[in-house]
Design a protein around this ligand. Structure first.
Ligand code: ADP
Ligand code: MG
Length: 331
C-alpha cells in the first residue's frame, strides 16, 4: 500500500545519505567484493549503486520490492540476524519516495529489470547486465514535497553520503568502494576510492583505516583484540597524543553496523579518562561483534543506536581493554 510505504519511508529514509546506507548495506549483504556508489546533485536527483554480489532472480525482483519481503530471515526468529537488513523495508520505502529501478542478474540466467514509481510497480523486463545488481534511485522525495524542504544543500548532502560510505568502508575492509559524483551526467568524478584490502582481518582493517583516517592515525593506533562473555571487541584506538579537539574521529560499529551510541561513546571517553583533559577526544575505530540476541539494533529505524542486553558488560569490555592497551604502550 503506497501510503503506508510513504510513512515507513519517512522513518527509514531521512535524506539521500540514508538511502545510500540502506542500498550499500544490501550490496554488502549480497556478498559483493566491489561496490560503486554514484550520486547526482547531492543524491537528490540520482543515487546509483552497482555491485558484483549474488544478484536477484527474475522471480524474486517483484518480491524484493514488496513490504516485509526479506530473503534474510525465515520468520522463525526475528532476532537471529547476521546480515544488515532484516526488515524488508528499504526497497519498498525507497520505491514510495523516489523513482526506483533495479537491474540484476544471477549467474548465467539472463538479466532482468523492474521499476517502481509512486508505489506502482512495473512488469519485469529483460535487461542487459553481466552480473550483480544495479539499483538506481532518481528524484528522491519527488512524491513528498514536504520532505524535499528538509534536504540541505547539495554540498551538505554529498558530504553526508561521503561520511556514510566511509563508515561502511571501514567496516568492510575486504570490499572495494568507489564513490563518484556524476552531477550533470557522464562518468563524473571519483571522490573516494579504496581497493579491497588483503591479509588477515587486522592487516586489512589497519590498511583500510590508514586510507580513510590517514597514516598518522594508523601509526599512532593501538591494536585492540578482546573478548568477554560473548562480546568481541576489535579495532584500533589512537594514543592519547593523537587525540583530537572534537569527537569527529570516533567510529563505532556493532555487528558491522555503524552506530552513534551514547553508552559506547561514554565508554571510550571513560577509557581515556586518566590520559586526556576534558577538551581532548580520543580517536578510535572499534568494532563490537556478538550474538544478535545480546544486542537490540532495532531501537530506531535509522539504526544508529543500539541497546545491549548487558550494558555494563559492553562498557566494561571497552574501558578495560583500551586501558590495558594504553598501559602496555607505556601510558
Ligand atoms: P532487507 O535488506 O531488510 O532484506 P530490503 O528492502 O533492503 O530488505 O531488500 C529486500 C530484499 O531484496 C533483500 O532481502 C534481498 O533479498 C534483495 N536485495 C536487495 N538489494 C540487493 C542486492 N544489491 N543484491 C542482492 N539482493 C538484494
Ligand atoms: Mg536492506
Amino acid at each position: 500500500d503506497a501510503a503506508i510505504n510513504r510513512i515507513a519511508a519517512g522513518e527509514v529514509v531521512e535524506r539521500p545519505a540514508s538511502a545510500v546506507k540502506e542500498l550499500v548495506e544490501n550490496a554488502i549483504d549480497a556478498g559483493s567484493r566491489r561496490i560503486e556508489i554514484a550520486y547526482g546533485d547531492g543524491g537528490k536527483t540520482l543515487i546509483r549503486i552497482t555491485d558484483d554480489g549474488c544478484g536477484i532472480t527474475e522471480e524474486q525482483l517483484p518480491l524484493a520490492l514488496s513490504r516485509h519481503a526479506t530473503s534474510k530471515i525465515d520468520g522463525s526468529d526475528l532476532l537471529d540476524i547476521h546480515t544488515f537488513g532484516f526488515r524488508g523495508e528499504a526497497l519498498p520505502s525507497l520505491g514510495a519516495v523516489g523513482r526506483l529501478s533495479i537491474t540484476s542478474r544471477v549467474g548465467k540466467a539472463s538479466a532482468a529489470q523492474i521499476s517502481v514509481e509512486g508505489g506502482a510497480m512495473s512488469a519485469v523486463k529483460p535487461a542487459a547486465l553481466s552480473g550483480g545488481t544495479i539499483v538506481e534511485l532518481r528524484d528522491l522525495f519527488y512524491a513528498t514535497p514536504a520532505r524535499l524542504k528538509f534536504m540541505r544543500s547539495d554540498r551538505a548532502e554529498a558530504q553526508a553520503i561521503t561520511d556514510v560510505v566511509k563508515r561502511l568502508a571501514m567496516a568492510e575492509p575486504f570490499v572495494g568502494f568507489t564513490l563518484r559524483d556524476v552531477t550533470g551526467g557522464g562518468e563524473g568524478r571519483v571522490t573516494f576510492r579504496v581497493e579491497a584490502e588483503n591479509g588477515d582481518l587486522f592487516d586489512a582493517l589497519h590498511g583500510r583505516l590508514a586510507r580513510i583516517l590517514g597514516k598518522e592515525f594508523a601509526e599512532n593506533a593501538l591494536k585492540i583484540d578482546a573478548e568477554r562473555e560473548g562480546l568481541r571487541l576489535i579495532g584500533y584506538a589512537a594514543l592519547p597524543t593523537y587525540s583530537r579537539g572534537s569527537s569527529v574521529a570516533q567510529y563505532l560499529f556493532v555487528n558491522g553496523r555503524p552506530v552513534k551510541d551514547k553508552l559506547l561513546v561514554g565508554a571510550l571517553r571513560g577509557a581515556y579518562f586518566d590520559y586526556l583533559s576534558r577538551d581532548r577526544h580520543p580517536a578510535a575505530a572499534l568494532f563490537i561483534d556478538c550474538d544478535p540476541h545480546l544486542v537490540d539494533v532495532n531501537v530506531h529505524p535509522a539504526k544508529s543506536e543500539v541497546r545491549f542486553r548487558d550494558p555494563g558488560l559492553a562498557r566494561g569490555l571497552i574501558v578495560s581493554s583500551l586501558r590495558h592497551a594504553l598501559a602496555e604502550a607505556g601510558h
